[in-house]
Design a protein around this ligand. Structure first.
Ligand code: SF4
Length: 328
């Protein structure tokens, strides 16, 4: 559905969208880089408002969020479009193509959230959610005012302007933000964006809501020791307890490099652990992704793929009484 967007300025018959750091300047009829915001007769309109392409009850661990209500399920929805153009996109069919969608009003979606049993809330995921800003903002605000126990989660590339982030953040309980690399060139050439705005968003979100970070390690491009050290060091300067998910790349979409080597993934996990209390591996079967107390090493969450069992008592390690900052 077409709806007027937030965050834009008019310059004669041109518009500038200020939702994300691309700040696209649009002639009449022109779409932005995200392909979902358009200058229609000098009004910025969003074309994916309430347009849902995928909906499923997912384990929260699948987002991935490992330290936010482990073992719970969350209603997960996606739309279409993306403001980055990563060559390895795992969701390219909805991120870069206009697929069939179903329109759901804010009320329809909230009814769905409440109808599902054993559901902790709503996760905006699958494609890049922040480019559905107006819909997400309205749903999140309404959820928080009518059903404050329901959680609102964003799984995002973090490519937002700080002003748009600040307006949405009070209604968000948890985010997983991709930090795709620590190289400016990688963001430009492989993802079609810039590194610094993502770092600023991560800094802004840290401490405001629950935060986890995901980095897809791509064979030979961003899987060096130096790169992982930079990423882990940046996160640890914010908070050593922010979980980092290092995810293994497999060839897909426009990228044809061989998969990232498993021994490189393992080594990088150990490197990141020198900086951070919690580092997990994604897209590798058979690895231990359980959570251990960073002080005494006691098992505190036993995890097996997407199922988990928690041993934390009153936010403390059952063995050494260390404070554990995991939302349960
Ligand atoms: S949200 Fe879309 S139109 Fe707006 S600045 Fe970003 S890419 Fe451009």
């Amino acid at each position: 559905m077409l709806k007027e967007g937030f965050f834009y300025k008019k310059y004669g018959d041109k518009l500038q969208c200020n939702l994300c750091p691309h700040n696209c300047v649009l002639d009449n009829g022109q779409k932005g880089i995200c392909s979902v915001r358009v200058n229609e007769d000098n009004i910025l309109k969003t074309i994916n408002y309430g347009e849902i392409t995928a909906m499923a009850m997912d384990p929260i661990e699948k987002k991935p969020l490992y330290h936010f209500y482990p073992g719970s399920n969350i209603l997960s929805v996606g739309s279409f479009g993306c403001n980055l153009s990563c060559s390895f996109c795992q969701n390219y069919s909805i991120a870069h193509y206009r697929v069939k969608s179903k329109y759901m009003t804010v009320k329809n979606l909230i009814d769905n959230i409440l109808e599902h049993k054993n559901n902790i809330g709503i996760a905006f995921t699958y494609n890049e959610p922040t480019i559905s800003y107006e819909y997400i903002y309205e749903v999140s605000k309404e959820v928080k005012s009518t059903n404050p126990d329901m959680k609102v989660v964003l799984i995002t590339n973090g490519y937002m302007e700080i002003e748009s982030l600040r307006r949405l953040l009070p209604y968000i309980d948890a985010m997983n933000i991709d930090l795709k690399s620590f190289q400016k060139d990688y963001y430009k050439k492989v993802c079609g964006g810039n590194l610094n705005p993502v770092l600023k968003v991560i800094e802004e979100v840290s401490g405001q809501c629950h935060l986890e970070i995901t980095t897809l390690l791509v064979n030979g491009l961003n899987d060096s020791k130096d790169e992982v050290e930079k990423i882990a060091s940046f996160i640890s300067n914010l908070d050593k307890n922010i979980p980092l998910h290092l995810s293994r790349y497999f060839p897909t979409y426009k990228m044809n490099r061989p998969p990232t080597k498993i021994d490189v993934m393992m080594k990088n996990r150990n490197i990141a652990k020198k900086f951070l209390n919690y580092v997990y591996l994604g897209n590798i079967s058979g690895v231990d992704n359980s959570t251990y107390c960073p002080k005494c090493g006691e098992l505190i969450i036993k995890r097996n793929y997407y199922s988990s069992k928690t041993y934390i008592i009153d936010n403390k390690c059952p063995s050494c009484n260390n404070d554990i900052k995991i939302v349960i």
